[in-house]
Design a protein around this ligand. Structure first.
Ligand SMILES: Nc1ncnc2c1ncn2[C@@H]1O[C@H](COP(=O)(O)OP(=O)(O)OP(=O)(O)O)[C@@H](O)[C@H]1O
Length: 299
């Protein structure tokens, strides 16, 4: 578990991080969202003992990061994918870290395989890696010690769409096996696809936090079918109200499972079935980016 209590970082008269508190629980992916300059990296650096806080505390499993005996075996960290020696190959980089952490060298091959760096790529010097390859190696590095906590700052930066999809799967799987993930991004969509908790920061302060369902909000289910009339009748018979949208879909004030079961029982084919969100998190995020705290842009 990651626990952040009243964490504050002041640079001169500027509060980069201002009284920030949140927790990341095992089995969850926490999306740490905010526009550029909001304070995400500074918060993560304080959690990892790289930046001393002006006030407040951050612990991993109730201990400050710097007090962990062999931190790589407990916490996988990826804060800056480019922060590796440019003259070492990808394989040398991981092998050296494996030795330092006391990890079996066979794990290096497992990880290189997992992150999709092939034999030719692992023999190349890190200085010649693309940003996407650096992120893949960075994730391999973070996972090398088989930690139960991951702290990743903008890990999808530079990855292509296939790479982003792949990384989501790795992180989801890690959390589903009981791991704790803290994942920062300035791109809402990237985090929305994988996180089950969100912490939204703007101007150094937390402006929203909570589980996915609370922040995204849900106002029922949208459903499209080949036979809207028969589905409407089946839903009404099951005491579920129905309204028709202009594009021919139906919206229903019930969850997707209820709607799916009614349709299945009536033998009705569905073309689309998904929750309708009220955009709570998106509104919050856009209000932050519009207020001049930063811009949501790709880097
Ligand atoms: N070493 C430093 N000295 C002075 N100011 C700093 C320092 N590091 C960060 N800041 C300032 O603190 C604020 C928060 O920066 P931080 O890098 O934590 O934001 P961020 O949310 O990670 O943004 P991005 O998405 O652009 O990486 C910014 O105003 C930044 O300029």
């Amino acid at each position: 578990m990651i626990s952040v209590e009243h964490l504050t970082k002041r640079y001169g008269r500027h509060n980069a991080v201002d009284d920030v508190s949140f927790r990341c629980e095992p089995g969850t992916v926490t999306g740490f969202l905010g526009p550029n300059g909001a304070g995400k990296s500074t918060t993560m650096r304080m959690i990892c003992g790289l930046t001393p806080p002006t006030a407040g505390t951050a612990t991993v499993d109730d201990r400050p990061y710097r007090q962990l005996a062999n931190p790589g075996r407990e916490v996988g960290v990826l804060l800056d994918a480019s922060a590796q020696h440019p003259g070492r190959t990808g394989r040398e980089t991981l092998t050296l870290s494996a030795r330092l952490m006391g990890v079996s060298p066979t794990r290096v091959d497992e990880l290189l395989d997992l992150v999709g760096l092939d034999a030719a790529a692992t023999r190349r010097r890190f200085g010649g890696y693309s940003l996407g390859m650096r992120q893949r190696l960075g994730l391999a590095h973070a996972l090398l010690g088989d930690p139960h906590v991951l702290i990743l700052d903008e890990p999808a930066n530079g990855l292509d769409p296939e790479g982003i999809f792949w990384m989501r799967g790795v992180l989801r799987d890690f959390a589903d096996r009981g791991g704790t993930v803290l994942l920062s991004s300035h791109l809402l969509r990237e985090v929305e696809a994988v996180a089950d908790h969100f912490v939204v920061i703007g101007g150094g302060r937390i402006v929203g936090a909570g589980p996915r369902e609370d922040l995204l909000g849900s106002s029922g289910t949208r459903v499209r079918t080949l036979d809207p009339q028969r589905l409407t009748a089946a839903l009404l018979a099951a005491d579920v109200a129905v309204s028709r949208t202009t594009d021919g879909a139906l919206t229903v004030p019930a969850d997707a499972e209820t709607v799916g079961r009614v349709a299945a029982a009536a033998g009705i084919v569905l073309l689309e079935l998904r929750p309708v969100t009220d955009g709570g998190l998106e509104r919050l995020f856009l209000s932050l980016t519009a207020s001049g705290s930063g811009q949501e842009t790709s880097r």
